[in-house]
Write a protein that binds this ligand. Sequence first.
Ligand SMILES: [Zn+2]
Length: 363
Amino acid sequence: MSVFYFNGKTAVSQEAQARIETDSLSISVNGVPRAEWPLADIRSQSKAGAKDALLLSSIRDDAARLHVTDSALVAAVRRACPNLHARPALANPLRYVGWLAAASVAVAVSATVLLPYLSRSLAGIMSAEAERRIADLPYDKWIANISARQEAPMRFCSTPKGDAALDKVFVRVFGNFELPFELDVKVTDNRSTNAVAFPAGRILVYQGLFDATETPAQFAAIMAHEVGHVYAKHMTAIALRNAASTGIGDLLLATFPGGQVVADFTSNLQASSFGRQSEREADAFAHEILTEAGISPINLAEAFTLMQSMTLEQSGILTYLHTHPAHDGRIEAALAASESKEFSDDPILTEDEWAALTSICAE
Ligand SMILES: [Zn+2]
């Protein structure tokens, strides 16, 4: 019971006999010869430090193994096999380079094609409950990043009248629509023109957005667009994709230097915007929800036109247009969605309420 042979083709180990001949190790099972390994070809597969046993293989038959626990045979093999601890040389270095190239192409394809597709599908089937469980991560990370950039903790603005006005906008826009998540809208005192939609119903409105919108209806239109991103789980897909591509980044780093460049590139790409398809989806949602609420989608077009016409001095950094580029006929689509439809004359907010909302960070 001291020598076992695995032929490498089946998972069965067989009790075997092994004998060192002049220049080979002959292996037999039940007296039947099974293998003849030249001594120079034999390699140890044992972990360093294993003393009383050897797991052997032959470079010409790299699936088969011989497990030797007979101490006399272990010692004899150690003496007789000159290359027992030699590391396998690369048979063909060019083939290795080819493999690396193929691997990096595969990783690039995974990062740019498969991952986005898979994360979108996965986000799509995610339950609201599962989404809530991953929701804190991107939100907290975002707030930490902004706090670091503005060199002060992010401050959330709240006044009784401002909060009431904000609520009133959302009740008007979404009051007749059953969202599969609870909305949690916060205004921060950051002066950038921006609004960001996070998984599970969190919306972050930057104070600077109020400098770039002229009416409650324009603000409502942008909120409808943002909730469209939540509804379509765009940030959820990005969070899943980042989590997965971090794994790919590690793999690349372990595989070859330069991998970090690819990994950084993909995560920067993800951070810069939701992408055209996502923007179109969020717009389509906004057109529908606004029309339902009796608000013309033309307000979305107006808000975009207004932001585009603002100069850098007027608006600080127009972050919103960086993350929501007005490309691919978005303005035209909003105009088309408002054609030949009736809209309510009910103001969304009174002048006082709009003033309370836009100055919510003033105190
Ligand atoms: Zn958007």
